[in-house]
Design a protein around this ligand. Structure first.
Ligand code: UT7
Length: 331
């Protein structure tokens, strides 16, 4: 079978206008700006307007990426949206993105791998393009995660924010020219209860009782997740570096999932990546789940911090548990 190369031709991102600061949260739950900054590194996050859907956020990011790639939406043949806050249980959120963009030539599906979702989407698109099933793909990580947040639970409500990041991946005829040099993905379903929205699915369908128990809200065992996150991200990133025959110090950027400054710093240190090469922006957005990595990549790209040939390692960890990493050579 003929195989193709894959390149990145555009990136984009969008975060909603409304800023919710740590001081705002002090008025809502028993917390403090000092605690949140010291324990997480977050100062503020963005919250979508009630009428804004996840696909609205995704479309705003996608339009920027399409513009940079100089593509019309109808030239796309694949749309993948990574999200755990879909517009509806079904149809999938990528179909809503397709409708809003008028990208009528695309196959559309969503990926539900929580904070690792964008890396999973990148690998799915990469595989479909390399094998010739797709030519021009839009991949988006988009979350209106605020819809699952219990604004009375100080253990979780200070951590999350809404946003979206997008990327265009396109086929090149030379299979040796591939933007993704190596990748790793994994999951451990024994930990399904550590970070979850317990209600609303087939296990506990929507009901008055379910709502009264608050099972529509995100629940997390933070301390346990913290430990597993560091190990999983270090192991996944190390596996990718090993496959590529590289060490942490060769990277231009390490772009880790943005959940907690302390997790990110621990991962950077254990991988031997100097601090000034570990990208962080969670101060402004909090944890936007599947959107953190594409938002970071877009900020680096548009901020002029990426040159052709730069090595960028993205690594994520999330509910499931799921994890993944990918080494990119910036085109
Ligand atoms: O996206 C991927 C998945 N998510 C993550 O990766 C998140 C992973 N976990 C974390 O980032 C951290 O565990 C948290 C930020 C969630 C919590 O930080 P921690 O240092 O692990 O704190 P802790 O859970 O051990 O709690 C320490 C104390 C507790 O009080 P006691 O029991 O020691 O009296 C909490 O009740 O801090 C208390 N606490 C708070 N205090 C003020 C918890 N949340 C808050 C809060 N404000 N918002």
């Amino acid at each position: 079978m003929k195989s193709f190369g894959v390149t990145i031709t555009g990136t984009g991102s969008y975060t909603p206008e409304r800023v919710l600061t740590n001081h705002d949260l002090e008025q809502m739950v028993d917390t403090s700006d000092e605690w949140i900054q010291a324990r997480t590194g977050i100062r503020e996050r963005r919250i979508a307007a009630p009428e804004q859907t996840t696909s609205d956020l995704a479309c705003a990011a996608a339009k920027q990426a399409l513009q940079q790639a100089k593509l019309d939406p109808e030239e796309l043949d694949l749309i993948i949206v990574a999200t755990i806050s879909p517009d509806r249980p079904f149809p999938n959120t990528a179909c809503f993105v397709q409708k809003k963009l008028k990208a009528d030539q695309s196959a559309c599906f969503s990926i539900e791998a929580a904070c690792s979702g964008f890396i999973y989407a990148m690998q799915a698109a990469n595989g479909l393009i390399r094998t010739g099933l797709a030519r021009r793909a839009l991949i988006v990580g988009a979350e209106k995660i605020s819809m699952t947040v219990d604004w009375q639970d100080r253990n979780t409500c200070v951590l999350f924010g809404d946003g979206a990041g997008a990327m265009i991946l396109e086929r090149t005829d030379d299979p040796a020219k591939n933007v993704c040099l190596a990748a790793d993905m994994g999951s451990d379903g024994t930990y399904t209860d550590l970070l979850t929205v317990p209600g609303g699915g087939s296990e506990k369908p929507p009901s008055h009782e379910m709502l009264e128990e608050g099972l529509q809200y995100l629940k997390m065992e933070g301390r346990e997740v913290f430990k597993l996150a560091v190990n999983a991200m270090v192991n996944s990133a190390s596996a990718v570096l090993q496959k590529a025959g590289l060490k942490g110090e060769s990277l231009r950027w390490l772009v880790p999932h943005q959940a907690n400054t302390r997790i990110i710093q621990a991962v950077g240190k254990r991988l031997g990546v100097p601090e000034d090469k570990v990208f962080m922006n969670l101060e402004h957005y909090g944890n936007t789940s599947a959107a953190t990595i594409p938002i970071c990549l877009n900020e680096l790209n548009r901020g002029g911090h990426l040159q052709t040939g730069d090595l960028v390692l993205v690594v994520a960890f999330g509910a499931g548990l799921t994890w993944g990493a990918a080494l990119l050579r910036w085109p």
